[in-house]
Ligand binder design. Sequence first.
Ligand code: 5GP
Ligand code: ZN
Length: 117
Amino acid sequence: MDDCIFCKIIKKEIPSDIIYEDEYVLAFKDRNPIAPVHILIIPKKHIAMISDLDEGDEKIAGRLIMTGKKIAQNLAISHKGYKLLFRVGKGGGQEVMHIHLHLIGGARLYEEIRPIS
Ligand code: 5GP
Ligand code: ZN
């Protein structure tokens, strides 16, 4: 996708602080971190959002999560707990329309979610 900023990051047309890269995924630091560790893990294949995943994308979807787990281990934040977050679509707060898994950690990340009454 020519006008996708994350595709440009994959092609190294936009600089980023890359943490991990393989055939399927790229992980880089979020430019506006909300915690001491804030990394985005993206598929190299342009897929706009989780709801656009097709049959056959299981390997990509699994690799995103496994990469989040491994980076958390490598950064030694696993024992404290961390957050893996997908926003899905505009209504879900997603701003960049290329799937990205947020790995957020290194701080207390409790948030209270209450049932709607
Ligand atoms: P979303 O709200 O779509 O789930 O999250 C998008 C994230 O991408 C935001 O946390 C934002 O800071 C990050 N971001 C947007 N553009 C860039 C960029 O060009 N470089 C980097 N490193 N992060 C970006
Ligand atoms: Zn893209």
